[in-house]
Design a protein around this ligand. Structure first.
Ligand code: SF4
Ligand code: SF4
Length: 450
């Protein structure tokens, strides 16, 4: 059934549904405003993918140009995401550029490969950035090149050329720069650098936006100026009581795991909405592990490459990644960092487990993530000291026999740990002669509501 055509939100309410979730994704391609986009042979990326993936008849030309490139799509997606974060989650960090870039690049590559498998003889990607400026998810582009897709980098689309109403080429201009001095996306182009690429099909892959035409004013669901659903940042409830929304139709295109997270938050919010009760937070259980060790060869295990279909068998809409078999899946699982297990540094003078500054943990750490430094080598501006005093846990600072206001005044030693490099091997805990360091496993246990 299709929302808007087969049912409306009002009808769902009349049929007795007290809570409704809108999770319609972002399935409409954004437009590109250059001359010639109305010509026969110009397609929007998502419409093209839907036709191809649903097996509808779709006539593709022989020479296909996909206009995309991470930054056009990325900028659209990122500014939409920023806008949404500003509106709904002012406390949230900037959208993760790697995540935004991965979504944008995936769209572009997916479209190019689909065009190739539908029978196009030649598929090229036209993008503003030069190869060395391509955003983070470049691996995917390299994979596309291995399948025969050509990357025409450093070019901006100027206009689509036509004859008798049909596409015959794309005029491009050479990019001078993509970013301005402050690092913002602001492309400039070289004068008199026009050139023409012959093609009979142009596919626009410049980002996605939700299709929300099934909503009517009587539904009272507010839509932002960027075409996204407005929600309460805590409950993900829209401006219509009992109607919740999450995923790309609220936050713009992101990775699927972000939407999975929204689903969990919405489920909890609906539970609160329907029962009027707050579920207790899960309890954190901590187990101190004696002699925790990772696998002996853990450090030398290479990533297990995902098996792929041979190039000559990639036709139509076949899945290219075949997936692990039992043996390779188990081999890959051996690389798990077991991130629920962590090092805990906690000295206690009364039971004799106070750091004696032997430096053993520093020496043994294979990743070099622990440092013992003189306290006076660290700068403590007054505002930082004040923040440490009021919110020590958010600074991840443990003070042993030192008051926060003494920082920067007294001498002593500080231990610094770079959590981003720790592989949780447990060697530091093994080495510590006074048990200041322990390896502790955390788990969450659901608590039944009263
Ligand atoms: S667990 Fe291993 S990697 Fe992490 S700090 Fe200790 S020795 Fe270093
Ligand atoms: S091994 Fe233990 S006692 Fe030695 S420096 Fe590290 S934490 Fe301190």
């Amino acid at each position: 059934q299709t929302a808007g055509r087969d049912f409306t939100i009002r009808e769902l309410r009349e049929r007795g549904f007290d809570a409704i979730v809108l999770a319609v994704g972002a399935h409409r391609s954004r437009d590109l405003s250059i001359p010639g986009v109305e010509l026969d042979g110009v397609h929007k990326g998502i419409e093209f993918l839907l036709n191809a993936n649903l097996g509808y008849r779709f006539t593709i030309g022989k020479q296909v140009l996909v206009i995309g490139g991470g930054n056009v799509a990325m900028d659209v997606a990122r500014s939409a995401a920023r806008e949404v974060l500003k509106q709904h989650r002012p406390d949230a960090p900037e959208p993760n550029p790697a995540s935004v870039s991965a979504v944008a690049t995936h769209e572009m590559v997916d479209i190019s490969l689909s065009a190739l498998r539908l029978g196009a003889r030649e598929v090229s990607i036209v993008c503003l950035e030069r190869r060395d400026e391509m955003p983070a998810a470049f691996e995917e582009v390299e994979q596309a090149e291995a399948e025969g897709i050509r990357l025409r980098d450093g070019l901006g689309p100027a206009r689509v050329l036509g004859q008798n109403g049909k596409v015959v080429g794309l005029e491009t201009v050479r990019t001078r720069s993509v970013f301005d001095a402050s690092g913002r996306f602001n492309p400039t182009f070289e004068d008199h650098s026009e050139s023409t690429i012959q093609c009979d099909t142009v596919i626009l892959a410049i980002g996605q936006t939700p299709r929300l035409d099934f909503l009517t004013p009587e539904d009272c669901v507010e839509i932002s100026g960027r075409g996204l659903i407005v929600v309460d940042r805590n409950s993900l409830m829209t401006t219509a009581p009992g109607v919740f929304a999450g995923g790309d139709c609220v936050f713009g295109p992101r990775l699927i795991i972000d939407s999975v997270g929204d689903g969990k938050r919405i489920a909890a919010a609906i539970d609160r909405y329907l029962t009027g009760r707050e579920r207790p937070e899960p309890e954190v259980e901590v187990e101190i592990l004696d002699h925790h060790r990772m696998l002996a060869d853990f450090m030398n295990l290479d990533r297990e490459a995902v098996p792929m279909l041979p190039l000559d068998r990639r036709t139509g809409m076949t899945e290219v990644e075949i997936g692990y078999n039992q043996i390779s899946a188990m081999r890959e699982a051996r690389r798990c960092l077991r991130c629920w297990i962590n090092t805990v540094f906690e000295g206690n003078e009364t039971d004799g487990s106070q750091c004696i500054l032997c430096g053993g943990c520093v020496d043994v750490c294979p990743e070099g993530c622990i440092q013992l430094v003189p306290l006076e080598s660290i700068e403590f501006p007054p505002e930082v000291v004040a923040q440490i005093e009021t919110s020590r846990s958010s600074f991840r600072v443990e003070l042993d026999d030192v008051a926060a206001h003494e920082l920067g005044i007294i001498s002593g030693a500080a231990m610094l740990k770079d959590e981003t490099r720790c592989i949780r091997c447990g060697l530091c805990a093994e080495r510590c002669p006074v048990n200041v360091i322990t390896m502790e496993a955390y788990s969450l246990r659901c608590v039944e509501a009263e």
